[in-house]
Each structure stands twice: as structure tokens, then as C-alpha cells.
Design a protein around this ligand. Structure first.
Ligand code: PEP
Ligand code: MN
Length: 339
């Protein structure tokens, strides 16, 4: 950490800051310039609050140098994390893994029809909500266990991994026999009790960025899961809330290369929730692959206008198949491949 003192700071004020740093466990290296004193502090734990120093008199600026997360940081595994599934699919490797399916599982027929189509188009995982986090308590809340059973059956039939959202701790045990990836939704990114429990699980977790979360907060949430011993975490950008109203959320494509710089964890892009509009999903999916996404999460429905949730952002199967063709052309330009 670097503490830059104000030009007007006197020796007493500088000493108070030095004492604070020593108390926090830092060793302090002082540079006394002609006008300004700089204190370089090294060696303490990462979980300090820089504001405790910023408020001391005579302090101008405080800069954190080391990241507050350790296990999620790129330096923990500079080569990057690759998550391998039993059917040979790898997330974080050369292939960009496409996960597709309806927002919610509605019926056997709905799920199996869409599963077959997305599988034929090249998806490697089937998505579908069994437990739905809805903004209104009166909206469809998901079919629960029945949906999980259908997902597993359809996944096995069409050689697709299964990903579905876990909303609370009690659902983890229920879901484990049926899913290959446990999705933590945007609304639960900082449900720390849930994250801690997922740290005990030995199954990959896809952690979505909260609608108002910084990337540092996303990585600190991932740290909860990693700290519990579950190293199979996949991150996901799904749009954040900004002042723009044209789209449902603002898809932050820059999160992809930033996460790749800061972390070794694979990064997914969800342009469906990222835009909320069917007509904007394909461009954002193409941009995500070009920006280096390791996986995509895309909502597809055979009859989106009649979907029980998120129909407006769900692609028709033909649109999805066309998008896959486009992605197959873009991926090699950035050294990647699509099934
Ligand atoms: C979903 O994937 O259907 C979902 C609810 O996502 P999010 O948590 O990003 O809103
Ligand atoms: Mn959805």
C-alpha cells in the first residue's frame, strides 16, 4: 500500500500514520521528498480498510497495491483454471463452451424440443431454471424438483451438461444429483452464507455478477467459494444496472478482459440478461467471444412469445443456430474454437 501525505503534513501527522501502519502489521518504507512524504507499506494481511488511513490528518491519498482476494487472483494460478467435465467438455480451455436453453423449465415437451435443437446447433450445456428468482412474487417461480429431473433426462439424452440456478442453501442437496453446474444468480452474488456452503460442494459453480457489483466484489464473492475448498468456479457477466434504459441491463463487455487479467477463473458472458432484448443478444454474444469469453449462457425458446419468463430476450432456435455459425467464424480470429 502507498500512502501519499499532503504537502502540508507535519512530522507529527506523518508519525501518527507510520504508527498506524506498524500497528496494522506493515513494515514502512519512508521517502521524504522536498515537498511531499510517501510511505510505502508492505507485508500485512490483505483485508484492511484503506479508509482507516484516508481519514487521518495530513493524508492525501491511499493506494492499495495487493488485491484483497488471494485465491481468485491471477497470481494464484497464472496459467488459468480449466474445468473439465466427465463428458470431456472443458471450460477455460481453447473451446468456447456454449450453454443454452430456456430461462425456465416449463414442461417436458418445451425442454426436450429446445434441448435437441440447441444440441444440434453445437451447445454443450443445457440451461433452465427450476427455482426462479422473480422480481414479483406473483410471477412463475419454477417447477422445482420436477424441472431438475427433466433437465437431467434431457441433458443425458442430447449429450448436454446441465446448469441450473441454486437460490438457497436447502436447494443444494436437492440439486446435486441432477446438475453439473450450480448457477448462483445475480441477486445472490453476495449471499455469503450460500457462497460458503457452495465452497463445501465438489461441483462447479457459475457465479453471476450482481446488478450493482464491481468486479472486485465479484472476485471477493468467488473467494468465499474458493476459500471453502471448491476451486471450480466460473464467473459470469450478465449486465449491470446503469442509467441507460434502452436495454434491460448494460452488458459490460470490458468485464471479460478485466477478469482475465485479474483472475485465473474462466469467464462467461450472458448476453440474454445482459441486454434483455432478443435483437441485441447476437451482437453482444459475438462481441463477447471476440473479447475472449470462455463460455456463453444464452436463452433459447421454441415459442418465446409464450415463454413463462424472459421471452423477450429468448432467441428462436433458428436465430441461435445462425449465431453459432457466426461464432464459429469469430472464435478462430481470437485463437479459440466452437463445437
Ligand atoms: C437466469 O439465468 O435465468 C437468471 C435469473 O439470471 P440472473 O441471475 O443473471 O438474473
Ligand atoms: Mn432468465
Amino acid at each position: 500500500m502507498i500512502v501519499a501525505m499532503q504537502e502540508t503534513a507535519n512530522e507529527d501527522q506523518i508519525q501518527v500514520v507510520v504508527e498506524h501502519l506498524v500497528e496494522m502489521g506493515f513494515s514502512v518504507h519512508r521517502t521524504t521528498g522536498e515537498r511531499q512524504t510517501i510511505l510505502a507499506a508492505v507485508g500485512a494481511r490483505a483485508d484492511f480498510d484503506t479508509r482507516n488511513l484516508e481519514v487521518l490528518s495530513g493524508v492525501m491519498e491511499v493506494h492499495r497495491i495487493s488485491a484483497p482476494y488471494k485465491l481468485a487472483g491471477r497470481s494464484f494460478r497464472p496459467q488459468g483454471t480449466v474445468i473439465e467435465f466427465r463428458n470431456g467438455v472443458k471450460v477455460g480451455d481453447k473451446d468456447v463452451v456454449v450453454m443454452a436453453g430456456p430461462c425456465s423449465v416449463e414442461s417436458r415437451e418445451q425442454l426436450f424440443t429446445v434441448a435437441e435443437l440447441v444440441s444440434k446447433a453445437g451447445a454443450r450445456a443445457l440451461r433452465g431454471g427450476a427455482f426462479k428468482p422473480r422480481s414479483s412474487p406473483y410471477s412463475f417461480q419454477g417447477l422445482g424438483l420436477e424441472a431438475l429431473k427433466l433437465l437431467r433426462e434431457a441433458g443425458d439424452k442430447f449429450n448436454l451438461l446441465v446448469i441450473s440456478e441454486v437460490m438457497e442453501i436447502s436447494q443444494i442437496e436437492v440439486m446435486l444429483p441432477y446438475v453439473d453446474i450450480l448457477q448462483v444468480g445475480a441477486r445472490n452474488m453476495q449471499n455469503f452464507n450460500l457462497l460458503r456452503e457452495l465452497g463445501k460442494v465438489r461441483k462447479p459453480v457459475l457465479l453471476k455478477r450482481g446488478i450493482a457489483a464491481t468486479l472486485e466484489e465479484l472476485l471477493l464473492s468467488a473467494e468465499y467459494i474458493l476459500a471453502g475448498g471448491n476451486y471450480e468456479v466460473i464467473l459470469c457477466e450478465r449486465g449491470i444496472r446503469t442509467f441507460e434504459t434502452y436495454t434491460r441491463n448494460t452488458m459490460d463487455i470490458s468485464a471479460i478482459p478485466i477478469i482475465h487479467k485479474l483472475s485465473h477463473l474462466p469467464m462467461t458472458a450472458d448476453p440474454s440478461h445482459g441486454t434483455g432484448r432478443r435483437d441485441k443478444v447476437a451482437p453482444m454474444a459475438r462481441a463477447s467471444v471476440a473479447a475472449g469469453a470462455d463460455a456463453l449462457l444464452i436463452e433459447v425458446h421454441c415459442d418465446p412469445d409464450k415463454a413463462w419468463s424472459d421471452g423477450a430476450q429468448s432467441l428462436f432456435p433458428e436465430q441461435f443456430a445462425k449465431l453459432m455459425e457466426e461464432l464459429r467464424m469469430i472464435a478462430p480470429a481470437v485463437g479459440r474454437k466452437i463445437a
